[in-house]
Design a protein around this ligand. Structure first.
Ligand SMILES: [Mg+2]
Length: 353
């Protein structure tokens, strides 16, 4: 759990909200152009490409699976903390696996187990989350199949690992964030790069949340990766993110290490400008909603909620849900450092299983 930091409560709350809301905003900005190349984006939306919410499937400002799965990662982690507080059992992989099965249910997938509390907690009751917005088939299929040990048998390194992992870095210390970022990634993706990129992103968010500058946080993540199995591609991609002169040099972001590198590159280019950094990540040839979401997480935790343009916050369709989850993540973190027992209210919102 997080140690208390020198930063004020208000600053930390803004960072947590900035991270989650920023990711959702980037996701909603990128979703309409996910399957367009950069030339087609500029042709459709003008010389600057997308500069705000544009229509996608008859609506604007709506999140996709990236934010849905981020919310269920957060839910699972909070339920793991509640389980630990209430029962003394620290078993986050099983509890987060169950959270992903609840997400699978929202997407109409076939859920193999009825022991995971499918209808419990507040998040699964949010009907807005049941909409299908191009969910990643790797995640769907892996969750339908991996009934035994919470490890996918596929060999995928799709970016579905990285794009959902920000909450891990908001709740856990950096090294623990890496470990669990990897283990939560392995629930759906079997390739080492998919797994280590998810861990690296969780660790990066943890360092940024602790107040490290982006360059310093990156150096620490790279240093850690040097000692970790299966991390060669992730490490190489992060190094390339520093030196690339354009996002296109880093790939298209369909795979995990590329999505991470593109997002980091855009954040490095515009560290104090949420709007510019996220739009650069969105207006690429490639997986625009995921790179928008990841860049939004990074720039949001660095700059706080206030740095996100107000109309983007106001017009985000799932604002209330994302906002509530961010506040719960922040509250839980605060409670951890002080009190013991779990209140009835918390147990009902986040049952410990
Ligand atoms: Mg998506």
């Amino acid at each position: 759990m997080k140690e208390s930091e020198a930063k004020s409560d208000a600053v930390r709350r803004s960072a947590v909200r900035g991270c989650l809301i920023g990711g959702a905003v980037g996701d909603a900005l990128g979703a309409p152009v996910e399957f367009l190349n950069r030339d087609a984006i500029l042709e459709s939306y003008g010389a600057d490409g997308v500069t705000g919410y544009v229509e996608f499937g008859n609506e604007t400002g709506a999140i996709t699976d990236d934010t849905q799965m981020t919310l269920f990662t957060a839910e699972g982690l909070l339920r793991a903390v509640v389980r630990f507080k209430g029962k003394g059992i620290w078993d986050p992989v099983a509890v987060v696996n169950s959270a992903y099965l609840r997400w699978l249910k929202t997407q109409g997938g076939e859920v193999y187990s009825d022991h995971c509390g499918l209808d419990t907690g507040w998040l699964i009751r949010e009907k807005q989350l049941f909409r299908q917005r191009a969910p990643g088939m790797t995640c769907i299929q892996a969750l339908e199949n991996n009934a035994r040990d919470f490890r996918s048998r596929n060999n995928s390194k799709g970016c579905g690992t990285v794009m959902r992992m920000a909450p891990v870095g908001l709740l856990l210390e950096p090294e623990e964030a890496y470990e669990y970022g990897c283990r939560f990634s392995a629930i759906t993706h079997g390739h080492p790069t998919g797994i280590t990129a998810g861990g690296a992103f969780a660790m990066l968010i943890a360092y940024l949340f602790s107040g490290k500058k982006l360059e310093d946080a990156l150096a620490l993540v790279e240093h850690h990766l040097q000692t970790q199995d299966g991390s060669a591609e992730t490490l190489a991609a992060l190094r390339a993110a520093r030196t690339a002169s354009a996002p296109a040099e880093l790939g298209e972001g369909w795979v995990a290490e590329e999505a991470l590198a593109i997002s980091v590159h855009c954040a490095l280019n515009h560290q104090r400008k949420f709007e510019k950094g996220v739009l650069e990540a969105v207006n690429i040839t490639g997986d625009s909603d995921s790179t928008g979401a990841i860049a939004g997480n990074i720039l949001g935790v660095i700059n706080g909620e206030e740095a996100i343009p107000e109309p983007w916050r106001r017009n985000l369709r799932e604002y209330e849900i994302v906002s509530r989850m961010a506040d719960n993540l922040f509250q839980r973190f605060e409670e951890d450092s002080t009190s013991g027992d779990v209140s009835r209210e918390w147990w009902e919102k986040y049952p410990g299983f």
